[in-house]
Design a protein around this ligand. Structure first.
Ligand SMILES: [Fe+2]
Ligand SMILES: [Fe+2]
Length: 289
C-alpha cells in the first residue's frame, strides 16, 4: 500500500460497523411497499402514496417507468400510473433498487453507479438462475434482493475507511488476488461479514443477512440459507466473468464448485447462463443510465 493509511484490525472494524451512525438507515419504503403487496388486496394507489412520500424516489421511479419496456407509447403522468405500468410485483423490485441507490450512492465506493449496476446484474441473474433451476418464486425474489445488496459490506468499508479500502482495491489489482481475500489479510474480516452485520443491524430478514454475509464462502453459510448463498455466489462469479465487474474486482475470483453442483447445473447449462448473465448486465446498465 503506497501511502500506508492506518489499518484497523478485525475488532476495530466490527465495532465501527456496529456503531456507525452517520450512514443512513435502510430505506423504510422498501418494507412498506412489500407489506402493501403482501396484503390480500394490494392497491396501486396505496403503493403510489408510499412512493410519493419521498419526492426524489418518486421522480426516479417515474423515470424508470417511462422506459420503453414499460411505456412503449407515452410516459406515465402520475406515480399511480407508473405503478400500474410497471406491475405491482416488479414495482417492489424497482423501488428496492431505486431507494438504495438514492440513499447510499454518496456513501460507498467512488464508482457508485458501477457498484449498484454490479449488484443489480447479480440480483437479476440470481433470480434467473433460480427460475432455471425451478426454485420457488420466493427463492428467486430472495436471490434478486440479496444479489442487489450482496456487496453492502464494501459500501460500509468505503464509508468508514475510504483510504484503506482504496489501498485494498489497489493491492487486489496489483496482485490479482480477490478483493475479499486482501480484505481478510489486511483487516481480519471481509466485506461479506461486514455487510451481513450491517444488514442485521438494519433489521433485514435473516435469510438476506446470511446470503450477504456468506456470498464469498457459501459452504460455510448456516444450512437453512446455504442454497441461497450458493446461488448468489454463482451469480456474482458469472456476472463478473461476462464483464459486469467494478473497478475493485479482479478477474479470476475464486469459485465454489460445490455451489454449482448443489444447484444441479452442468456444463450443458454454461452457454445459456452466460447469455443470461450478459442480458442481466445490460438490463442493470440501462436501469442506472
Ligand atoms: Fe463480494
Ligand atoms: Fe460482487
Amino acid at each position: 500500500m503506497t501511502n500506508r493509511p492506518e489499518v484497523p484490525d478485525r475488532a476495530a472494524v466490527l465495532a465501527a460497523v456496529d456503531a456507525v451512525d452517520n450512514l443512513p438507515p435502510f430505506p423504510e419504503v422498501v418494507a412498506e411497499v412489500r407489506d402493501e403487496l403482501g396484503r390480500p388486496d394490494p392497491e396501486p394507489a396505496r403503493v403510489a402514496a408510499l412512493i410519493e412520500e419521498d419526492a426524489a424516489l418518486a421522480a426516479r421511479f417515474l423515470a424508470v417507468a417511462s422506459a420503453p419496456r414499460y411505456s412503449p407509447t407515452a410516459p406515465p403522468r402520475t406515480v399511480r400510473q407508473a405503478v400500474v405500468r410497471v406491475g405491482l410485483a416488479e414495482t417492489a423490485r424497482v423501488i428496492l433498487a431505486v431507494a438504495v441507490y438514492e440513499r447510499f450512492r454518496r456513501f460507498g465506493p467512488p464508482d457508485a453507479r458501477a457498484f449498484w449496476e454490479h449488484g443489480m446484474a447479480v440480483g437479476l441473474l440470481g433470480a434467473t438462475l433460480a427460475r432455471m433451476a425451478d426454485a420457488s418464486p420466493e427463492v428467486a425474489e430472495l436471490a434478486y434482493t440479496a444479489g442487489l445488496l450482496h456487496d453492502l459490506g464494501e459500501l460500509a468499508l468505503y464509508h468508514l475507511y475510504p483510504e484503506v479500502s482504496a489501498a485494498i482495491a489497489a493491492r487486489s489489482h496489483k496482485t490479482g488476488r480477490p478483493n475479499h481475500e486482501v480484505e481478510r489479510a489486511a483487516l481480519g474480516v471481509e466485506h461479506g461479514e461486514v455487510g451481513g452485520r450491517l444488514a442485521s443491524r438494519w433489521g433485514l430478514p435473516a435469510d438476506l443477512v446470511a446470503v450477504v454475509a456468506f456470498h464469498h464462502r457459501p459452504w460455510a453459510a448456516p444450512v437453512d440459507h446455504r442454497r441461497a448463498a450458493q446461488l448468489v455466489h454463482i451469480a456474482d462469479f458469472v456476472a463478473k466473468h461476462v464483464g459486469y465487474v467494478r473497478a475493485e474486482d479482479v478477474p479470476g475470483e475464486d469459485f465454489d464448485g460445490g455451489a454449482w453442483a448443489a444447484w444441479g447445473f452442468s456444463l450443458d447449462d454454461v452457454d445459456a447462463i452466460l447469455e443470461r448473465a450478459r442480458a442481466s448486465g445490460k438490463e442493470a446498465a440501462a436501469f442506472f443510465a
